[in-house]
Design a binder for this molecule. Sequence first.
Ligand code: ARG
Length: 568
Amino acid sequence: MIDFKEKIAEEISKKMDITVKEIEEYLEIPKDNKMGDYALPCFKLAKEMKKSPIIIANEIKEQIEMPNKYIAKIEVVNGFLNIFINNKMLIENLLEEMQEKKEKYGSSTIGNGKNIIVEYSSPNIAKPFHVGHLRTTVIGRALYNMYKFLGYNTIGINHLGDWGTQFGKLIEGYKRFGNEYNLEENPIDKLTEIYVRINELCKEDESVLENCRENFKKLEDGDKYCVEIWEKFKDLSLKEFQRIYDILNVHFDSNNGESFYTDKMPEVVEILRKNNKLIESQGAEIVDLEYKNMPPLMVVKSNGSTTYATRDLAAILYRARTYDFDKCIYVVGSEQNLHFNQVFEVAKYLDLDEKYTNGLIHVPYGMVRLKTGKMSTREGTLIKLEDILKEAISRAGAIIEEKNPNLEGKEDIAKKVGIGAVIFNDLANNIIKDEVFDWDIMLNFQGETGPYIQYMYVRTKSMLDKENYIMNKDLVDTAELEKNGMELIKQIYVFGDIIKQAVDKNEPSIISRYLIDIAKLYSSFYNDNKIIVEDEKIRNTRLCLTYMVGNVLKIGTSLLGMEMPDRM
Ligand code: ARG
């Protein structure tokens, strides 16, 4: 697609003694489009050219022939050059591009040859998949899709929490009261109960706690009995998690969780020791991080067991070697900020190339809040994700039942709308902000919601299914679009840039906001302009615009992980 910014910079550079790159750097996009599509603040050139900004601006304007292929007009206002691009050129170029790329519109090859790991979801075995894990799952999957769409070789990893001293406890609990429970139905609920009970016992009786520690040590050493029970916990949990992944339609390229790194940790310890980074402290081995104003990182516990952090370090080594990553992105809640700061700092002592240590990125996100308050396991207001997803589907179903009881394929549509609403709500704002979970808001078909976007898409689709249209610049009335659809056209035009911005910032909400803007713009276009009119050329023109809007909405939502219904 034509890069107008670059073309404008080239035009100016041809006439003046300034490099294209420099001009491109100075070109701004004015807030008010009455000031042009681009503006050049000429005071930035004043020093170098030893002239006043107004003189420079007028000189440039005089030198450039207008209108030309890329520029329609230039105005000088207070030392600013306000540049209006050639809209006809832009429309024609957009039509061509859209026609050629179709459902790949906005994609790119800039990522080719680069490996990006996105680590997301990563729930803990034998513990509930709670609503905090929904955020990492949804955000991570969106990032994964976005990177992939830009041509990166993307690897999605579910770093399951399937290792750690808590399994020593769980094994002990299972030994003591396992026979009281039928684990097959609701395994995670049952395991949670067992866990709570054994924890209480540990508090009362130090020797039970000692047994738990021994169990974990045995597990690490590969004891047959312990490994067998642990595997059972793991299988049962994965089955439950899989149900959620199926509803959300989430996939991973690797499920290597924490346990995968058991045999890879001794090397971490060895390297850190060789580099004189391990300090003995009350029988444990730690890395001092005082110089970074952080508490020390424990690598080996006093009983010789490893830690969550050690496994993360081993994973970094392994991933660098296995995937040769350019970025390794961790989508994990902001409550683990310190953990990742510590781990990334210690990773610098693993003798890895700087490429890898610089590529470690923690993408933190905020908490989920119910309308009434915080959702927290500790407060006992534990809400299971599966129940939430099911409720979303049934609420969407009820709305459809009320609005359109004869709709064909209601169930499938309710699923797409309900889940779409949850996903969009999760990604609607900057991810670092806490997410408010309010059914009425997220399922409002008129609000800034997933269902609103789906509804706009369905409108475009139902029109396009009934009418014929041809995406060809000779059959499109560009003057008509310039008059009524230019804002929309320009938005559609920048879709690719929007995805790049979202990837640069690891911020899917840039895409969500954009989709809301497009949907609103189209909604007002649709209200002001009848689409199916007598005049064939105008009808075709408006249908082509409708197609472009629908296409962008569909691509954008699918990057976010939503599915589009065909009817609603
Ligand atoms: N399992 C952890 C939890 O649920 C998240 C894991 C995050 N990833 C990591 N590499 N430490 O809190």
